[in-house]
Design a protein. Structure first.
Lengths: 238, 309
């Protein structure tokens, strides 16, 4: 079986500063793969390069069998990759429902779109209650739900979530993680970037630890969760 | 000697022109944060495009029947120039420091003026524009020239069409998304390059329609006409809240009315006699801009930038 996403020796730079220094990993259909690491490790840069917002310096990205070389971001969405960006980036002056509709920008099946909007409301009932409200008025956690719901609206083959738990209260964070677990159970393929290593590793099939632009450790979620160096560096244990 | 209804009518006609041109400034700014200082010249070439179509028609062709063709001609010329400017002048500079596209816009503005001056037949002097014959209409105590009906009808029609386009069509919603957050718009599958071209094209089309109204109102078009009209329209866009399409039209109308009223009445105020009359209307327009920016820096309908975080 070939992987849905294959990244080989990817390098990305901002000007002269190399943020990602040659990383390789893959995501198989149905898997949840997580990239963990501290601030500045290159996780967000990696996701932004995968979705076409940044251009790689070198290396190859293969998605669903196709190499993504010089493919602009809006066409990568059409291929089936959805990216819920760091900091949520919902459209603040649009309603919740319009935000969800924008997630389905490339789709033409009206009834399917309505059904998926309903599905997002089932997944996150609070969004349904506030559907006509400007998205900027939502709390951080609710905005995160909206960003995830919006990403799902394109019916992606791969869902990329960048720091979905960032800045959330513990209760809200649990809710988001429970939703990711639910999406996993439904068979959604997910690439999850997190600073909250404990939560991310406990639900991931595969995990990669990134440090200053490199993958320094890889393994199954459970292996990494019990790895001594990971426990020391990321889970705050002595 | 001037009566209030007449001043209001004059202001409305002028304001409708400012507003239509201001749409182009505000849409482009809203999406790429560029002040397209060549937009006044986009307006100007639209006027010449419309004139060219009129001159090409057989004599005896009625002006009323010619108007739609003149609009089409003007719109085509303006849209071609504006989209070419976007593609070849502004797009390569999209990630350059802000000053680079701004200087490019000023250079383009001069180049377009000079190109028309040099190559359009007899454009070294103002060219006369066709006029509607017949007595003016009397509306609520004001005389409205037949040709001015054009802009008074075109402006609201354009605004309603634009409002529908932006809120109800897919590309229009893509435009709103791109204005709010371009990178995230790309993640939705929106081709933001195409959206930017559309913003330039719509702005150019509206400017060309305004240019037809300008020609009918003034009876002439000239290579310099884009300078002061462009500056006023830019003022209108800022006045209304740059980035907001309804603000642009509101700003245009407010500016037009303010100018007309200043021309008519400032001279009647004791000790202000010196500042009345047409020669001072530009001054009053910019005084209004300064006052509004002092009291409401975001413009009449603008949103505070902090809301955008």
């Amino acid at each position: 079986m070939t992987a849905l996403l294959e990244v080989e020796d990817l390098r990305v730079a901002y000007g002269k500063i190399e943020a990602v220094k040659g990383i390789s990993f893959s995501v198989e259909a149905g898997q949840v793969v997580t990239l963990i690491g501290t601030n500045g490790a290159g996780k967000t840069t990696t996701l932004r390069t995968l979705s076409g917002l940044l251009e790689p310096l070198a290396g190859t990205i293969k998605f669903d069998g196709k190499p993504l070389k010089n493919v602009p971001a809006h066409k990568i969405v059409a291929l089936g990759m959805a990216h819920s960006p760091e900091g949520r980036h919902i459209f603040p002056r649009m309603t919740i429902e319009d935000n969800l509709r924008l997630g389905a920008y490339l789709r033409d099946d009206k009834t399917g779109i309505e059904k998926d909007i309903q599905r997002a409301y089932d997944l996150f009932p609070i969004l349904g209650e506030r559907r006509k409200q400007a998205a900027g008025t939502l709390s951080g956690g609710e905005q995160q739900m909206l960003a995830m719901g919006r990403a799902l609206m394109s019916q992606p083959k791969l869902l990329m979530l960048d720091e979905p738990s960032m800045g959330l209260s513990p209760i809200m964070m649990q809710k988001i993680m429970a939703t990711i677990t639910e999406l996993k159970a439904q068979g959604t393929t997910i690439l999850l970037v997190e600073q909250n290593a404990q939560a991310a590793l406990s639900l991931a099939d595969q995990g990669h630890v990134m440090e200053i632009g490199k993958i320094v450790l890889s393994g199954t979620g459970q292996d990494l969760l019990h790895d001594e160096s990971v426990r020391k560096a990321y889970l705050g244990e002595d | 000697m001037h009566e209030l209804p007449q001043q209001l009518a004059n202001g409305l006609i002028l304001g409708a022109m400012y507003g239509l041109i201001a749409i182009g400034y505000t849409m482009v700014y809203g999406i790429v944060q560029l002040i397209n200082f060549a937009h006044g010249e986009i307006f100007m070439v639209g006027g010449f495009g419309a004139l060219t179509v009129f001159l090409a028609l057989p004599s005896g062709f009625s002006l009323l029947a010619a108007i739609p063709l003149m609009i089409i001609g003007g719109v085509i010329v303006s849209v071609l120039v504006a989209t070419a400017a976007e593609r070849f002048a502004y797009r390569p500079l999209r990630n350059a420091p802000r000053l680079a596209p701004l200087i490019t816009a000023i250079g383009l503005s001069l180049a377009l003026q000079q190109a028309v001056w040099k190559w359009y037949p007899d454009a070294k002097k103002d060219r006369s524009f066709p006029q509607f014959d017949g007595a003016p209409f009397h509306v609520l105590g004001a005389n409205i020239q037949r040709g001015d009906l054009f802009i008074l009808i075109a402006a609201p029609v354009c605004m309603i069409a634009l409002g529908f386009y932006v809120t109800k069509t897919r590309t229009g919603r893509g435009m709103q998304a791109t204005a709010q957050d371009p990178d995230t718009a790309k993640l939705m599958g929106i081709n933001t390059d195409r959206i930017i071209v559309m913003a330039f094209a719509i702005g150019a089309a509206f400017a060309a329609i305004a240019a037809v109204g300008y020609g009918l109102h003034n009876g002439q078009v000239g290579f310099r006409m884009g300078f002061i009209m462009g500056l006023k329209a830019f003022t209108a866009a800022v006045l209304g809240g740059i980035g907001n399409i309804y603000g642009a039209m509101l700003g245009g109308i407010v500016l037009g009315l303010a100018e007309a009223l200043a021309v008519g009445y400032v001279g009647n105020i004791p000790s202000m006699e010196l500042f009345g009359g047409g020669a001072w209307k530009d001054v009053w327009a910019f005084v209004l801009l300064i006052v509004v920016l002092l009291v409401r820096p975001q413009g009449l309908l603008g949103e505070r930038v902090a809301d955008r975080a």
